[in-house]
Write a protein that binds this ligand. Structure first.
Ligand SMILES: *[C@@H]1O[C@H](CO)[C@@H](O)[C@H](O)[C@H]1NC(C)=O
Ligand SMILES: *[C@@H]1O[C@H](CO)[C@@H](O)[C@H](O)[C@H]1NC(C)=O
Ligand SMILES: *[C@@H]1O[C@H](CO)[C@@H](O)[C@H](O)[C@H]1NC(C)=O
Length: 381
């Protein structure tokens, strides 16, 4: 009986892998499955989607060291500044929706000319909604600055295409993705020493309200710069990352309560904000990505998705879950990278990113609403 179950499990994993492969091959040849290819993605956020901006900053948060990027085909396995072994969720979504190449890092001096018409990435490891977030890393791009930079790109698009075509490109053919908020908890509110000013004077409720007020004005600025198609991710289960499990010496199936509770508190209000923006900003569509539930599903039922562990980092050192020392040349490195939900103490593996991206592109309304990304891409075309 046990061996039959194992057999069925292997078969269903194979079938899932095959289905993924077919979907990806189709997208790669068609550009886009039925719909028109996405023109560009403009990507804002933190290390979950940074594609190399921090390489150009004097900062303690860097990922352009081996073995990061070991599975990233476009660089031949060399580190690029992505905080994972392969592609980020932002890369995969762009590729799947038919974008010509990956969004280029804003701070890369080579990110000029036509390249910016296929997307620009402003995300930065350590960045948050608040300016003070990530101070521990000395330097990072926070959301206000990322939007200042898009304002520069916006003028460059005008120059390249002329004002009226540029407006059409930005409004109809571009998706604006925002993956931010984790660091506002992990590297701000939950760091007692650095944020003591904020934490002693602020309840979680008032901190969360502050975050959402800032985010609202940041998104409104993007709207003023003609962004219309948005995807907004909520904060994942940050109490379940290997770092948190290690420092709190948890059992394999446990997560730390406070970080998850704060994430849930923020996420509930984020959902209201998305609804409010959809009502109040004419012509704009904000898609809500329920990253929390999606990642929690991968963590809870990891075996169902072909993973061997959801608690241990593939690359890292320290404690039971290799969760203390960030991934670098001297880290322990697992051999079965696609069997780990987590690449390092903080970030998902490419295998997990593929599953998350796939859900956002064509998935279940409980994870992506009021429409999926394929529908968002095709909206108004
Ligand atoms: C920019 O492009 C040139 C020529 O392709 C290349 O040699 C150089 O390494 C690139 N610089 C960066 C920072 O990627
Ligand atoms: C954050 O920093 C940016 C850029 O330096 C600045 O424009 C903005 O006003 C700051 N925001 C707050 C709330 O201090
Ligand atoms: C964009 O930059 C211009 C100055 O070049 C400024 O007047 C405008 O307020 C900025 N827009 C936003 C939304 O930040």
């Amino acid at each position: 009986m046990a061996s039959k179950d194992a057999h069925v499990h292997i078969l269903s994993s194979l079938a899932a892998a095959l289905a993924l492969f077919i979907a990806f091959t189709a997208a790669a040849t068609d550009g886009a499955d039925g719909g028109e290819a996405l023109g560009a993605s403009y990507i804002f956020g933190d290390s979950l989607v940074d594609a190399g901006n921090n390489n150009f900053l004097p900062t303690l948060s860097k990922a352009n060291i081996k073995p990061n990027g070991i599975d990233f085909k476009a660089s031949g396995g060399k580190p690029t500044g992505r905080y994972t072994n392969g592609r980020t969720i932002g890369d995969i979504i762009g590729e799947e929706l038919g974008q010509k190449h990956y969004a280029v890092p804003f701070l890369d001096p080579n990110s000029t000319g036509q390249a910016i018409l296929y997307g620009v990435n402003y995300a930065s490891g350590g960045g948050g909604i608040m300016n003070a977030t990530g101070r521990i890393f000395v330097n990072r791009l926070s959301m206000d600055i990322q939007i200042d930079y898009f304002n520069i790109t916006r003028k460059q698009i005008d120059k390249l295409l002329g004002a009226s075509k540029a407006k059409e490109h930005v409004m109809k053919r571009s998706i604006f993705s925002i993956t931010i908020g984790s660091n506002d908890f992990l590297n701000n509110y939950l760091l007692p020493v650095l944020s003591i000013g904020a934490r002693v004077t602020q309840t979680p409720d008032s901190f969360v309200d502050d975050l959402l007020n800032h985010l609202k004005s940041q998104l409104t600025r993007l709207y003023q710069l003609d962004a219309r198609k948005f995807i907004l991710g909520n904060v994942g289960p940050i109490g379940c990352i290997p770092y948190q499990r290690t420092i709190n010496q948890l059992n394999e199936d446990e997560c730390v309560a406070l970080p998850n509770q704060l994430a849930n508190q923020y996420n509930a209000k984020l959902k209201d904000l998305v609804a409010q923006l959809n009502d109040n900003l004419p012509g704009a569509t904000f898609v809500h990505a329920n990253v929390y539930d999606l990642v929690m599903e991968l963590i809870t039922n990891y075996a169902k998705y072909g993973f061997k562990t959801a608690s241990k980092a593939c690359c890292g050192n320290g404690g039971q879950y290799a969760g203390i020392i960030p991934c670098g040349p001297t880290s322990t490195l697992c051999t079965d990278r696609d069997k780990h939900v987590f690449w390092d103490p903080y970030h998902p593996s490419e295998a997990a990113n593929i599953l998350i991206a796939k859900q956002l592109i064509q998935g279940d309304p409980k994870y992506v609403s009021p429409m999926n990304l394929k529908e968002l891409r095709d909206l108004g075309l």
